[in-house]
Design a protein around this ligand. Structure first.
Ligand code: 1HE
Length: 263
């Protein structure tokens, strides 16, 4: 029996296009500020992705990708609740980063605080030229809580993150591209098309290889060399041992598969 699609909040929209799903933050009136409803909705979405979805594109409605944490929810939290709140974000963002399918994020306008933490938990980031990044937690008297202090230093280094947080400076799209916040820099209005193109391409890879890229690669990168080499060998052997790899390599040798061309 076909599973009923999960119930998502109005602030999240989903569209299917073949093997990819497009997930839209749809709370533009609050600049896609991330409240509990959206964060839990993200959890539901990623936990219930149909097996036929091989990649996801995440983007946002309105002038800005996301204004970060919904600050109107913060004022009612005790210390204990604050810890639980942050741990909840960790749970959901971990599920995205170490989930089943790669996620391509298309950013524009403000990518701020928790919005940047969300984007950092995804696998490929595209920035439209209007994108700017900030971590204004210092000026709000709070701290990153969505895994930003774990993920962002790995992307841009501790000292850049310190600068963003201490001085309240912003990075524009070009600076973000130069320091590694985005993988692709595109003109305004073209990000979604680029995201769909990339997600469709990702969806054609072997699921086993995509899984290894998402789950083994970042863990190997954090291991000592000897453990890394061992895990790489094991992962390579598992990937190449499966029927799909054999068929794909056979197709290439029989000149039935695409060559690697410059794009
Ligand atoms: C919000 C939020 C929000 C907007 N929480 N309601 N994030 C920040 O410190 C960023 C705060 N937001 C801004 O600096 C600006 O809103 C923007 C630069 C993103 C956009 O400016 P603008 O002129 O387009 O919109 P606006 O008029 O400021 O906001 C429109 C509405 O959204 C307004 O509500 P309204 O009822 O008066 O119409 C704003 O109050 C509301 N709004 N941003 C709640 N963030 C897990 S820890 C993560 C820690 C963080 O993320 S800290 C960063 C918090």
């Amino acid at each position: 029996m076909a599973k009923r699609p999960p119930k998502l909040p109005k602030s999240l929209k989903v569209e299917r296009r073949g093997a990819i799903a497009i997930l839209t933050l749809a709370r533009p009136e609050k600049r896609n500020a991330l409240n509990d409803t959206i964060v839990l909705g993200l959890e539901t979405f990623f936990a219930t992705l149909p097996a036929s979805v091989k990649a996801v594109v995440l983007h946002a409605e309105g002038k800005h990708f996301s204004a970060g944490l919904d600050l109107s929810e913060l004022k009612i939290l005790s210390t204990e609740e604050g810890v639980a709140h942050s741990r909840g974000w960790h749970r959901v963002f971990e599920q995205i980063e170490f989930g089943r399918v790669p996620v391509v994020t298309v950013m524009h306008g403000a990518v701020v605080g928790g919005g940047l933490e969300l984007a950092a938990a995804t696998h490929i980031r595209i920035a439209e030229r209007s994108t700017y990044y900030a971590l204004p937690e210092g000026s709000r008297g709070i701290f990153v809580g969505g895994g930003g202090s774990v993920r962002l230093p790995r992307l841009i280094g501790v000292t850049r993150m310190m600068d963003l947080m201490l001085t309240g400076r912003t990075y524009g799209a070009e600076e973000g591209q130069a320091v590694g916040l985005s993988h692709y820099l595109v003109e305004d209005g073209t990000g979604l098309a680029k995201g769909i193109e990339l997600a469709k391409r990702i969806a054609t890879n072997s699921s086993t290889t995509n899984f290894a890229i998402m789950h083994a690669l970042p863990r190997i990168a954090e291991q000592d060399r000897a453990s890394g080499y061992l895990m790489e060998s094991m992962t390579a052997a598992i990937a190449q041992g499966n029927e799909e790899a054999k068929n794909r390599i056979k197709a290439f040798l029989e000149k039935k598969a695409a060559k690697v061309e410059r794009n």
